[in-house]
Design a protein around this ligand. Structure first.
Ligand code: COA
Ligand code: AMP
Length: 638
């Protein structure tokens, strides 16, 4: 590793208190911390104990106070509604402080929860910041999830208030949110006191219930309120992410560590300072949206682009490049899937060639494994460094990345480069021994995790410990498998659990299986993620029918696809499902999903010695071949 990245990395691990204590100067505090790293409750670590701050103050008010009120904070661009406008820091402060006033007028105080179910519009950012202003904990639910998923999250977070909008706008048309919200509230066992609904011009929601209020008049009449000091260790938000079961995990983020780590990452990883324009083309419903559309750019006083549209089809594959030119974006962040979608429609990058991209310094990719072909295509067509970097909802900010703000190192396609300061990443075998360079194993991070990473799972310390800390005491289990080369570059190759990644969206195969088993004809189901040229992976289901059931393949397919869409949501992108007589299992009854995945993707595999019935492999292969996977001619057994 070259200086100064190496020096920073070493210091971040050798003298955590000095390193993070220095980084904390990027943030304004009402009261300084007593301890930078508090390990008194290890393995539950706390950062900046006894410190007091407010995340909204740091993201909004302090920029107004330093005279940057007229600078643009948010550039909202919505090709799907033909809307475009800028929000200055002063306007942002006015909007957020009044919305916070309305929330406070309902009686919500520090520690209460608010669920936010909203599309990619500035009001969603106001909603998150208004909660932060009061110390109220927000939980944003992605708009592509169905009512049932929203209900599950409402039951877990137990909000007093839900903030929503009348609709989202997808290229396929307007998606009314209010009926989904009403259904979720009906299904949820937790009862919500209030809903505030933003009426969008594309669709007017009916505000039927006494609990429903209309956003615009309610907020116009509200009194602006000031920021409430909170403890650094108080939760800022809960963000649900897929685990291996159907019950999502409520990742808890604190205020202090989060603000410090994000502010540090903006400069060091993304090369963004106050006044620069940063664009993360994701959705606020995901961690990328939380960290790099909302909090990080605003914490450092940059301008963030809020984009309601797709990489292609809104209206064409040139929209990203024109937007970068128009807003003079310096660093751009998207998912490899988006690049693959653009490449598919514009293989010679003619649209990119037409745009003046001289403002653009770096392109960052994350959310899924980035295949070298996609990275090389983007780098050659754009003529810019394309930076693969790796992280997850749990970590909240990059674990491995090329530090473009201080010390860029050579790019190796297929690798998200090296561990970022703060993260001691290791690759271990099943016995907890470090593996040699180039050898695959479980990718883990030595405790303590740095500031900004999850502190626990919402009201479930036990699940946090069981899921992440129990396999290798003293380490955090990332759930990813991969290897490190001789130069310390990481290669993240696959998951070790039943999580799949569809177009950068993380989904649980366990949840798919639960839903498929709700169908009256289905006795048993197995869902795997199979390779997909556009989305990286897509879910594929195989079901065993109950004895005596009489249903045509076509009808079964139609009903199961509709069921998953209704229960999980359109984001599940579930289209592949077929019936088989029997699933491959071990003698102890464990379904051999890994083996099925290898068959589907034409990878070599060794059937486990414990397989109950080897013939099931042929049954599955025949079904998968019918579905366009598992080319049996290519199949090799080892
Ligand atoms: N609200 C309601 N519905 C939504 C939604 C939202 N916020 N987001 C997605 N959906 C729906 C879509 O309309 C689509 O529905 P359909 O089946 O009726 O067409 C479905 O969910 C799947 O959407 P999507 O994943 O966007 O797939 P797509 O086939 O429409 O588009 C891509 C493919 C590659 C263009 C798209 O997946 C993409 O932009 N990916 C980038 C992902 C990304 O940025 N991830 C963030 C991680 S960094
Ligand atoms: P999420 O929590 O939705 O952000 O998904 C995180 C998971 O996506 C990681 O655990 C990885 O499995 C995968 N992932 C994200 N970024 C990368 C990357 N750059 N390379 C490989 N896998 C990635």
């Amino acid at each position: 590793m070259t200086e100064p990245g190496l020096a920073l990395y070493r210091m971040s691990l050798d003298d955590k208190n000095a390193f993070w204590g220095e980084c904390a100067k990027l943030i304004d505090w009402y009261q300084p911390w007593e301890k930078v790293l508090d390990d008194s409750e290890a393995p539950f670590y706390h950062w900046f104990s006894q410190g007091q701050l407010n995340t909204c103050f740091n993201a909004v008010d302090r920029h107004v106070n330093r005279g940057a009120g007229e600078q643009v904070a948010i550039r909202y661009f919505s090709p799907v509604t033909q809307t475009e406008y800028a929000v200055t820091y002063a306007e942002l402060q006015a909007q957020v402080s009044r919305l916070a006033g309305y929330i406070a007028s309902l009686g919500l105080v520090k520690g209460d929860r608010v669920v936010i179910y909203m599309p990619m519009i500035p009001e969603t950012v106001y909603a998150m910041l208004a909660c932060a202003r009061l110390g109220v904990i927000h939980s944003v639910v992605f708009g592509g999830f169905a009512a049932n998923e929203l209900a599950t999250r409402i039951n877990d977070a137990k909000p007093k208030l839900v903030l929503s909008a009348s609709c989202g706008v997808e290229p396929s048309g307007v998606v009314p949110y209010k009926p989904l919200l009403d259904k979720a509230l009906e299904q949820a066992t937790h009862k919500v006191d209030h809903c505030l609904i933003l009426q969008r011009s594309q669709y007017q929601a009916e505000l039927l219930e006494a609990r429903d209020a209309d956003w615009q008049p309610a907020v116009c009449q509200a009194q602006a309120v000031d920021c409430v000091p909170v403890a650094a260790t108080d939760p800022l938000y809960i963000l649900y992410t897929s685990g291996t079961t159907g019950q999502p995990k409520g990742v808890v983020r604190d205020n202090g560590g989060h603000a410090v780590a994000l502010a540090w990452s903006m400069k060091h990883v993304y090369d963004i300072d106050a006044g620069d324009t940063f664009w993360a083309a994701s959705d606020v419903g995901w961690v990328v949206g939380h960290s790099y559309i909302v909090y990080a750019p605003l914490l450092v006083g940059a301008t963030t682009v809020l984009y309601e549209g797709k990489p292609v089809g809104t209206p064409d594959p040139g929209i990203f490049w024109r937007t970068i030119e128009k807003y003079q974006v310096k660093s751009f962040f998207t998912a490899p899937t988006a690049i693959r979608a653009i490449k598919r429609e514009d293989p010679n990058a003619e649209y990119a060639a037409k745009a003046n991209l001289s403002c653009l310094k770096n392109v960052f990719l994350a959310g899924e494994r980035c295949d070298p072909e996609t990275l090389n295509w983007a780098a050659s067509k754009l003529g810019k460094p394309v930076i693969d970097h790796w992280w997850q909802t749990e970590t909240g900010w990059p674990v491995a990345a090329n530090l473009m703000g201080i010390d860029p190192i050579p790019i190796k396609a297929g690798s998200p480069a090296r561990a970022v300061p703060g993260y001691q990443v290791e690759v271990l075998d099943e016995f907890g021994e470090k593996v040699a360079a180039g050898k695959s194993g479980n990718v883990v991070i030595k405790l303590p995790l740095p500031p900004g990473t999850l502190t626990t799972l919402w009201q479930n310390n036990q699940r946090f410990a069981d899921s992440y800390l129990s396999m290798y005491p003293g380490y955090y289990l990332t759930g990813d498998a991969g290897y490190m080369d001789d130069d310390g570059y990481l290669y993240i190759m696959s998951r070790i659990d039943d999580i799949i990644n569809v177009a950068g969206h993380r989904l649980s195969t366990g949840r798919f299986e639960e839903v498929l088993c709700q169908h009256p004809a289905v006795a048993e189901a197995a869902v795997i993620g199979v390779d997909d040229k556009l989305k990286g992976q897509v879910p594929l289901g195989l079901v065993v029918l109950k004895n005596g059931v009489d249903i045509s393949d076509e009808q079964l397919h139609k009903e199961l696809v509709a069921l998953v869409r209704q229960e999980i949501g359109p984001v599940a992108a579930f289209k592949l499902v077929s019936a088989v007589q029997k699933l491959p299992k071990t003698r102890s009854g464990k379904i051999l999903r890994g083996t099925m995945r290898n068959i589907a993707d034409n990878k070599s595999f060794t059937p486990p010695a414990t397989i109950e019935d080897p013939q099931t492999l042929d049954i599955v292969r025949t079904a998968l071949t019918r579905m366009g996977y598992a080319d049996s001619l290519l199949q090799t057994h080892t």
